[in-house]
Design a binder for this molecule. Structure first.
Ligand code: ATP
Ligand code: MG
Length: 305
């Protein structure tokens, strides 16, 4: 487990004025990391990821058995920050029946005809399950803030500050509703540097097996880098709450991002202090009877001599 004190630096203080430049994108460049050495960090990150995967599988089973809570993990980032890879690596040990991933793309005409939270509400995890939103309702205060012309019919052509404040408020109220109804919400912004994005785009262009990952739209959005960073800063500051915090995860090193996310998710679920349901005395008696019956038939199930 990673020390809570170390994790603390990645949490966005509710209501704070966020300056993303103050959050590292490459954690291995920090002083505390350099003391440890890069190789040691890579090794330790792999260990943490492996440990966390096992613990996450057990935590999900308990989540299912106790049937009182669900977990919603939200991933937001600039293109090529590693959302898909992080989700794949962190969740790879979990029973597939216990989790569900939804990836949100540009909304359809039908979706645009509803309130902006509608399509996400339909995808919320049921009790006992971990739901993952690969992009989420935060797109509606991020990409759409950068491109207000994508707001859809019936919306203001030039939304003002109040419009966005109201959306943040809607999101906070929505997450309050989720928390009150037993959903643990954790939000991850994979914080990538512009230089590392360039490197990853070039890798996609230079490797035929990665060509499919490259999209012209990604290049167009890169042009709006500053506007996106500003939209993230505003959204993160306005919507990080104690009940549904934002974590700014340094994403230039994939192994750092994966280990951090895995550790944060496991720790948060363990902090729910869930318990396996206790059976009644009557059921206990029935279990005892069944045990005695099975043990009495000691030859059953063995191949005949
Ligand atoms: P990858 O590129 O890794 O496969 P992705 O999440 O970038 O995954 P894409 O299909 O490339 O998937 O992009 C989805 C696009 O949909 C993004 O550009 C995103 O900003 C956009 N999008 C998502 N939600 C909304 C929304 N509510 N309004 C407008 N655009 C949205
Ligand atoms: Mg994309």
């Amino acid at each position: 487990m990673i020390k809570p004190k170390l994790i603390q630096q990645f949490i966005v203080e509710p209501g704070s004025d966020v300056n993303l430049k103050k959050y590292v994108t490459d954690w291995t460049e920090t002083e505390e990391a350099q003391e440890l050495g890069k190789d040691a960090i890579k090794e330790r990150a792999a260990e943490i990821l492996a440990e966390s995967r096992k613990q996450l599988d057990a935590a999900q089973e308990l989540l299912y058995a106790s049937d009182t809570h669900s977990v919603l993990l939200i991933f937001q980032a600039m293109d090529a920050a590693g959302k898909d890879g992080t989700i794949r690596h962190v969740m790879s040990g979990v029973n597939p029946q216990g989790c569900q991933v939804f990836s949100f793309k540009k909304p359809s005409a039908e979706e645009l005809d509803h309130n902006f939270l509608w399509r996400y509400m339909k995808a919320l995890p049921e009790r006992g399950r971990i739901g993952i939103f690969n992009r989420s309702y935060y797109e509606d205060v991020l990409v759409v803030k950068v491109h207000p012309e994508w707001l859809g019919p019936g919306q203001p052509a030039k939304p003002d500050g109040k419009f966005w404040q109201q959306r943040y408020e809607d999101i906070n109220n929505f997450e309050k509703h989720l928390a009150r109804n037993g959903t643990l919400v954790l939000k991850f912004f994979l914080h990538l540097s512009k230089g590392e994005q360039k490197k990853r785009f070039l890798e996609r262009l230079n490797n035929p097996e990665k060509h499919w990952k490259f999209s012209g739209a990604d290049m167009a959005e890169r042009e709006h880098w500053k506007d996106y960073q500003k939209a993230f800063e505003e959204a993160l500051g306005a919507t990080s709450t104690k009940r549904a915090p934002w974590y700014v995860i340094p994403a230039d090193r994939k192994y750092v991002a994966r280990a951090l996310v895995a550790d944060i998710v496991v720790t948060a679920i363990q902090d729910l202090k869930l318990e396996f349901p206790k059976v009644s005395e009557e059921t206990m008696t029935r279990l005892d009877v069944a045990r005695v019956q099975l043990e009495g038939k000691s030859n059953e199930g063995k191949p005949e001599a």
